[in-house]
Write a protein that binds this ligand. Structure first.
Ligand code: PLP
Length: 432
């Protein structure tokens, strides 16, 4: 069977004529019933297959995960938890949720897991709701340094309802300033300390955070939205032994459906569960939870371990290539899937860099670099990651090529888009 955009011919044909994708049983029915929407959907399949996908937070789920997502479990209402639902007919979805929870606990070595959060943000929301009351002080990474919106942005509930103190990275080394974390913790006496970031290329020292949290009697929440998949594959240290609560997404490195996940010990289990439902959410998305179970099953396999280690090996190779192209990397490199690279040494700011890459079919994000002015109007770098391209089967030689095409794109060299098209055509999603 052919996948939309998985052959160069399909990629160049008009999207509505692209063959149906094998992971969605109802593509043909959808095309008959709603050709307009089907056209958008198929064009997006084409886009994903014909551009270089380097957004650090994105990945390529397996056909099995997509099958669970597209299943009639989407029809089921199941407010509550397995064995304690407010609706009838939940016996089978109970099995799916129990599988997801048991797999998460086994994979991460924790006592309790909640797989119902609709997103990473709502996992964090629920963690705060379980441990804090409005007005409490929380210590978290400042947004320009790599913190997430839920870590105290004024535009987010977190910044509105809690009193955030922000730590940052050292402007020269780009590393988390643990001395500053300790000083702020003692000065502000937070009720909780948040460790985790959307944009930090190195492993986080969870033991150091635990020690500081203990010194001031604060909860330690780890937001491992990006890296929990690396933890699952043994390619990053686990926060589970150190944190009171671990929040994560299921769709980043973990390669599952879009959703959230919370891990904790049994003493906080009931508070976390009540904070997710009924406090912050309604009925769980059982198709998503089933897909999470599938992804957690995949994450326990040797193939996934190999994947996680290839992700970091690829990130190393890509980092070296970008340095050779003249970019300056935060911390000089990476331990994870993620790289933040200043493009200003090439005379291009982050916004222009993203635009020039887009013109060459390379999809990545702009980002603020340590020491950039705040607010970051002229951000000076790009953020990229190797999760998706590694899922597509790319290895170190391709990382060297990717670094070169990014350099060419930034210098606006003619023919870059064609080189990218040739590269991605050999590594299409869903030909695994
Ligand atoms: C991605 C991310 C989130 C939010 O996840 P959503 O599913 O987009 O809500 C929260 N925290 C961190 C650190 C993240 O990287």
């Amino acid at each position: 069977m052919t996948v939309a955009g998985t052959t160069p011919e399909a990629a160049s044909s008009s999207s509505t004529e692209a063959p149906a994708a094998p992971w969605a049983a109802d593509f043909s029915a959808l095309r008959r019933q709603d050709p307009e929407l089907a056209g958008v959907l198929l064009a997006e399949c084409d886009r994903q297959a014909t551009q270089l996908q380097l957004i650090a937070a994105e990945n390529v789920t397996s056909p099995a995960v997509l099958a669970a997502l597209g299943s009639p479990l989407a029809n089921k209402y199941a407010e509550g938890y397995p064995g304690h639902r407010h609706h009838g007919g939940c016996e089978l979805v109970d099995l799916a949720e129990r599988m997801a929870v048991e797999r998460a606990c086994a994979l991460f070595g924790c006592e309790h897991a909640n797989v119902q959060p609709y997103s990473g943000s709502l996992a964090v929301f629920a963690a705060y709701a379980a441990l804090l009351v409005p007005g409490d002080t929380v210590l978290a990474m400042r947004l320009p340094d790599g913190g997430h919106l839920t870590h105290g942005s004024a535009a987010n509930f977190s910044g509105r309802w809690f009193d955030f103190a922000g730590y940052g990275v050292d402007p020269v080394s780009g590393l988390i300033d643990y001395d500053q974390v300790r000083d702020l913790a003692h000065a502000r006496r937070p009720k909780a300390i948040m460790a985790g970031a959307i944009s930090y290329p190195r492993h986080i020292d969870y033991a150091a955070f635990r020690e500081i949290a203990d010194e001031v009697d604060a909860y330690l929440i780890v937001d491992a939205a990006h890296t929990l998949g690396l933890v699952a594959g043994g390619a990053a240290p686990s926060p589970v032994p150190y944190a009171d609560v671990v929040c994560a997404t299921t769709h980043k490195l973990l390669r599952g459906p879009r959703g959230g996940l919370i891990l904790c010990g049994s003493e906080l289990a009931r508070r976390i569960d009540r904070a997710v439902f009924p406090f912050t959410q309604g009925g769980p998305q059982m198709h998503t939870i089933a897909a999470t179970a599938v992804a957690l099953g995949e994450a326990a396999t040797p193939a996934y371990r190999a994947y996680a280690h290839q992700v970091t090996a690829n990130a190393h190779a890509l980092a070296e290539g970008l340095i050779a192209e003249g970019m300056e990397l935060q911390t000089g490199g990476t331990d994870t899937h993620l790289i933040t690279a200043a493009t200003t040494p090439l005379g291009v700011d982050g916004l222009r860099a993203r635009g020039r890459c887009a013109a060459a079919r390379i999809v990545l994000d702009k980002c603020a670099m340590p020491g950039d002015p705040v607010p970051a109007d002229g951000c000076s770098g790009i953020r990229l990651g190797t999760a998706a391209v590694t899922s597509q089967g790319m290895q170190e030689p391709e990382m060297a090529q990717i670094a070169k095409v990014i350099g060419s794109a930034l210098r606006e060299e003619p023919g870059t888009a064609a080189r990218v098209a040739e590269l991605v055509a050999a590594f299409l999603p869903y030909r695994r």
